[in-house]
Write a protein that binds this ligand. Structure first.
Ligand code: AMP
Length: 280
């Protein structure tokens, strides 16, 4: 695996590959890698000839400076993990490489970016769109892999790719969970052992709620899930929305959409966790 930090190095590695028509796959990450990230790398290995992983903790997508300062970083472990999992090139740029000038672009993905994460983390998706488009411009992959774990982000990236005309195929990869159901996340490392136990209740309650879809109205199910999660020690729901999985807009009746998802953000102590579930 080659580790590359500058644009010139990146170009010298990728130009010959592109000339040889190799299919370049990209897995963008913020590091502190876990098996969820590895599942994206596995998929990239299957579907491309050359696998690029980027690690960059993008400052422009953090609306909360404490979250940015405390975001877990584990460079050496990450490098080892990528070496053994078939990454060909690891791109670890500095902020100066990604943003040679401050990025003042303003994206508008109405209505996708106005709800849930978009409403509670102002500017977050603008930063995500900035960094992903910069990575696309620098790496020019043929195919890029994103996790359904970040359900709303995935929808926004698909829309951005389409609207900006990038000739890049976006592949959605399923959420990888711990054996007790907790969605894997770099932020899980910040949980105490008590908090870690509480965090497992989020997916447990979400999974159980699926069995009530036939019996409960959307509003009633929503209220139940929020109440049950809030009863767990150290958990506090920031939002839980039941939405049309395509438009991400909240629905009132189960019949309002063909595909329905539940999307949640929960504080577990200071750590903010997100998860999602398919209701139909
Ligand atoms: P992050 O490093 O958190 O920005 O995530 C990088 C990529 O990995 C994103 O496309 C995420 O959606 C994806 N990802 C994060 N956690 C998981 C997970 N548990 N399962 C599958 N993909 C994930």
């Amino acid at each position: 695996m080659i580790i590359v930090r500058t644009l010139a190095q990146l170009e010298s590695e990728l130009v010959p590959l592109r000339a040889g028509h190799s299919k370049v796959g990209l897995v963008p990450t913020m590091g502190a890698l876990h098996q969820g990230h590895v599942s994206l790398v596995d998929r990239a290995r299957q579907e491309s000839d050359y696998v690029v992983v980027s690690i960059f903790v993008n400052p422009t997508q953090f609306n909360n400076p404490v979250d940015l300062a405390t975001y877990p970083r584990s460079q050496e472990q990450d490098i080892e993990m990528l070496e053994v999992n078939g990454c060909d090139l690891l791109f670890m740029p500095t902020a100066g490489v990604v943003y040679p000038e401050p990025d003042s672009r303003v994206f508008d993905f109405t209505p996708l970016d106005k709800v849930m994460e978009g409403a509670f983390r102002p500017g977050h998706f603008n930063g995500v769109a900035q960094v992903v488009s910069r990575l696309f411009d620098m790496i020019k992959p043929d195919i890029a892999f994103f996790g359904e774990k970040d359900f709303q982000q995935l929808a926004i990236i698909m829309r951005m790719t389409r609207e900006m005309g990038y000739p890049i195929q976006i592949v959605a990869c399923p959420t990888v969970r711990e054996p007790d159901g907790l969605a894997m996340s770099s932020r899980n490392r910040r949980l105490s052992s008590q908090q870690r136990q509480s965090a497992a209740k989020i997916s447990e309650i979400l999974f159980k709620s699926c069995t009530f879809v036939a019996q409960k109205r959307v509003d009633a199910l929503k209220i139940d899930v929020i109440a049950q999660i809030n009863q767990v020690q150290e958990l506090e729901v920031e939002y839980f929305e039941i939405v049309d999985a395509t438009t991400l807009q909240p629905i009132s009746n189960w019949e309002d959409a063909v595909k329905v998802a539940g999307c949640i953000a929960v504080f577990c102590g200071e750590v903010r966790l997100i998860d999602h579930i398919d209701y139909k």
